[in-house]
Design a protein around this ligand. Structure first.
Ligand code: BES
Ligand code: ZN
Ligand code: ZN
Length: 483
């Protein structure tokens, strides 16, 4: 599996190395006369993300614009250095350096974090199925750090690992469902054992013994055995505090008898993006030996069609003992999550739960591909997750949850409905959350609907086409910085 920084090594140095990077603000006079000349000629104006490579000149330089000084954010820095990395590869540069002292208005640590991430982001590609792979020329990028060498070295190590978690999540999501089966997903989780994560995998028989009837109903139509994957990172043995991460792990969602169209189905190998983000976050937490206790759970299966598959109109049971009317076999994610949430809430009794799921098309209607939708039973907890997301460039937004939505998931002949049939329409991202709330046993809980943000139909900023790895950075940052 790919790892952030496999090709590109980011180092620290005391003097210039290879091509020298200079940044320029649109509205600040540069001390470099050449940059001021270019600005006058309107060739390079220091606009946000503008790159001017002059790598074949004797001094070999490349200029990066950061826009207006007061408006320049960490996200702009990530984006700018991602573009710069791409340009250096295009210009066949193998070594480059940058003096961190050039960044104004940020601490060296803040700047280093964003710059290292941006450079690494430019490195990702999912090319394992291509016969011709693109060569990447850039092998070393050195940061000139002055008196902050130790701090910057630690940042390079940590960011490389977190982006490694992001890349792992992307790789797992991009892998076609013919390979990325529930068993393969379990094996990917097992890889984490090398880092000191405890991993347990349970098959059909054990899942039956546990009474996970909603999970089993979804898995029934598939020839692939369902897997219940449990991961534990105990980074703080002195504390009982524990956060649970629950990932939706549909390695393929055909819709079942509520079958999707070809266009709606073609990317549904990505319906395990929630679980991929949990695995990616665990990798980063364990690699950095974060002093927090985390338990992760994935109910992995496929939603398929066969003579044995569950049907629209069925009334099934669940591990919690609540009956569920199947309004649509395509609303399968909430069924697998219902049992995973109930399992974790009752067997592990965590202090809080975050579930991450590609749950609804409705969240894409509401927030597009930019922002993750959140539903929660605890506003303060939800805002903490939103804040963590904002700090790492992964926006999220809390949607409302009240009794009117809760009523919409109640059944006539069953306790709950997995999908409203008939009159009650709309608010699908929220009603999906309202359904899940029934299985968390009053544990503080945040549900992240990443249907729009975990997968891109085209590259956007530093996020590639396909799996984005969202919200690995948020999960890592939230858990690490939680007080
Ligand atoms: N996996 C889908 C949600 C999805 C849609 C993810 C598009 C990514 C992109 C989920 O299982 C689903 O099919 N949800 C249905 C629910 C409906 C039947 C209540 C949906 O959103 O249409
Ligand atoms: Zn579905
Ligand atoms: Zn699904």
């Amino acid at each position: 599996m790919k790892k952030g920084g496999d090709n590109l090594k980011i180092t620290t140095v005391t003097g210039k190395l290879g091509t020298f990077v200079e940044v320029a603000y649109e509205d600040v006079k540069s001390s470099n006369k050449k940059i001021e000349d270019l600005k006058k000629k309107k060739v390079f104006e220091g606009k946000k993300g503008q790159v001017f490579p002059n790598v074949f000149s004797d001094e070999s330089v490349i200029y990066l614009g950061l826009g207006k000084k007061a408006e320049s954010s960490l996200e702009d820095l990530r984006l700018g250095f991602c573009k710069l990395g791409a340009e250096l590869n295009k210009s066949k540069v193998d070594k480059a350096s940058f003096d961190l002292g050039q960044i104004k208005g940020l601490t060296v640590e803040e700047a280093a974090e964003a710059i290292v991430e941006g450079l690494l982001q430019s490195e990702y590609s999912f090319d394992k199925f291509l016969s011709e792979k693109k060569e990447r020329s850039l092998k070393e990028f050195a940061l000139i750090t002055k008196d902050k060498d130790k701090e910057v070295k630690a940042i390079i190590k940590e960011v490389t690992s977190v982006i490694g978690g992001v890349f792992l999540a992307r790789d797992l999501v991009n892998e076609p469902a013919m390979y990325m089966t529930p068993t393969a997903l379990a094996n990917a989780a097992k890889e984490l054992e090398k880092l000191g994560v405890e991993v347990e995998v349970h098959g059909q028989k054990e899942i039956e013994k546990l009474g996970m009837k909603a999970f089993l109903a979804v898995a029934k139509g598939s020839e692939q055995e369902p897997k219940l994957i449990i991961m534990k990172w105990n980074g703080d043995k002195r504390s009982k505090d524990k956060t649970a991460l629950v990932g939706k792990g549909l390695t393929y969602d055909s819709g079942g008898y509520g079958i999707k169209s070809t266009g709606g189905m073609v990317d549904m190998h990505s319906d395990m993006a929630g679980s991929a983000s949990v695995i990616g976050a665990f990798k980063a937490l364990a690699e950095n030996k974060v002093k927090k206790n985390v338990v992760g759970i994935i109910a992995a299966c496929e939603n398929m069609i066969s003579g044995g598959a569950y049907k629209n109109g069925d009334i099934i049971s669940s591990m919690a003992g609540k009956s569920i009317h199947i309004g649509s076999t395509d609303a399968e994610g909430r069924l697998t999550l219902a049992d995973a949430l109930y399992y974790i809430a009752t067997k592990e009794k965590p202090n809080r739960i975050i579930d991450i799921a590609t749950l609804t098309g409705a969240v894409i209607g509401a927030l597009g591909g930019i922002t993750t939708g959140i539903v929660s039973n605890d506003d303060d907890f939800a805002y903490d997750v939103v804040r963590a997301g904002n700090e790492v460039g992964e926006p999220a937004w809390l949607l409302p949850l009240n009794d009117k939505y809760r009523d919409m998931v109640k059944g006539t002949f069953s306790d709950l409905l997995n999908s409203q049939v008939g009159s009650a329409k709309g608010g699908g991202a929220i009603t999906a959350g309202a359904f899940l709330e029934n299985f968390v046993e009053d544990t503080p809980w945040v549900h992240m609907d990443i249907a729009g943000t975990s997968y891109n139909s085209a590259a956007e900023g530093y996020l590639p086409k396909g799996g984005t790895g969202v919200p690995v950075k948020t999960l890592y940052h939230y858990i690490k910085t939680r007080k």
